[in-house]
Design a protein around this ligand. Structure first.
Ligand SMILES: NC(=O)c1ccc[n+]([C@@H]2O[C@H](COP(=O)([O-])OP(=O)(O)OC[C@H]3O[C@@H](n4cnc5c(N)ncnc54)[C@H](O)[C@@H]3O)[C@@H](O)[C@H]2O)c1
Length: 309
């Protein structure tokens, strides 16, 4: 850990600059890489926006914000990877593009440099196929926004060295994240699997005419939603008691939705062009509904960051 000084984050979009900010706040030097000048400019403005968010919320003081420029540089030169101890890749979610990037990186970075991908869906075994040293590769899946959400799901392939996983877990804790190390690779990782299992049931209830989308949101926000901001759902199972849970599972689980693939209600919305906020209509009519999604999405993360800052 003492030898760690410099990191590189690839990608100047939604995720890259936010991940870089996490490293920079912990005092490390970071290169943010974008493929050309247009993306370099994007990286500069996204990074400044992220810093601005933290200052506006009172999580970062203006003095610290002023120091960020000295620690973080945005470049189009991948050669800068030669001087870093870890690279986090956050380029588009395309397998071959990422694989090609790791091949280029391996020619440039030191032998002991760790290469991590922020992929949301691709698996580490597939991503590291073709690498000379897949033992230095793993997935570190930051959640969005990376400078506010604490979770990073860490997942290696069967080739990843245990020491590499340990080192990444230690680095992530050092920069203020709360990483979870997965014991094996599985599609969707952990958080998205749980979230989509809930979404499948909710959409099936809407499709079956049991309730509206607004009712689903009311039910969650008026019951287990707020509870799970402070209590883990698995802790809550133990609180309820496994005998009760066993009975519930025996009555209910056979009845829960098991639709394989895309749900009919989603297919219908897409076919009608009702894509959600971006088209003005999805499950809700956004021309009539107040949009506080961005603000509410990050509210609890901000409250928690304020507590520790
Ligand atoms: N957006 C999210 O909420 C989120 C959350 C977790 C993980 N991820 C994952 O993080 C990665 C990046 O996602 P994002 O939302 O920041 O993407 P994005 O499209 O916003 O940004 C991708 C960046 O990659 C670079 N890029 C563009 N074209 C490229 C090319 N041809 N070759 C190399 N680099 C190129 C650019 O700098 C661009 O800004 C993806 O793997 C995604 O699955 C995204």
């Amino acid at each position: 850990m003492e030898e760690l000084k410099k990191f590189m984050v690839l990608g100047t979009g939604n995720m890259g600059p936010g991940i870089a900010l996490q490293f920079a706040r912990a005092g490390y030097e970071v290169w943010i890489w974008g493929p050309d000048e247009k993306y370099r400019q994007e990286g500069i403005s996204h990074f400044a926006e992220n810093v601005g968010d933290l200052v506006r919320e009172g999580i970062m003081d203006p003095g610290e914000a002023a120091m960020m420029g000295a620690r973080v540089k945005v470049t189009t030169s991948l050669e800068m990877a030669a001087g870093v101890q870890m690279v986090v890749e956050a380029i588009p979610e395309e397998l071959e593009l990422k694989q090609e990037m790791y091949r280029r990186l391996e020619e440039l970075c030191p032998e002991d440099c760790i290469i991590a991908s922020n992929t949301s869906t691709l698996l580490p075994a597939a991503l590291s196929e073709g690498m000379q040293h897949p033992e230095r590769f793993l997935v570190a899946h930051f959640w969005n926004p990376a400078y506010l959400a604490p979770l990073v799901e860490v997942c290696g392939s069967k080739h990843t060295l245990p020491g590499v996983k340990d080192a990444v877990m230690a680095i992530l804790r050092k920069i203020g994240n709360e990483p979870v190390l997965m014991k094996k690779e599985i599609q969707g990782y952990i958080g998205n699997r749980i979230m989509h299992a809930m979404n499948r049931e909710a959409l099936a209830l809407i499709g079956a005419g049991v309730c509206s989308a607004a009712d689903i949101d009311r039910v969650v926000l008026g019951s287990f939603g707020p509870r799970f901001a402070h209590l883990g759902p698995m802790e809550y199972l133990d609180f309820s008691g496994m005998d009760l849970i066993r009975n519930i599972q025996s009555y209910l689980y056979g009845d829960l939705d098991h639709t394989p693939g895309v749900l009919p209600v989603v297919e219908k919305l897409v076919a009608e062009g009702k894509l959600g906020l971006k088209s003005g209509q999805g499950l809700f009519d956004w021309s009539k509904k107040e949009n506080r999604i961005r603000e509410n999405r990050d509210k609890e993360f901000i409250r928690r960051r304020k507590e520790v800052s």
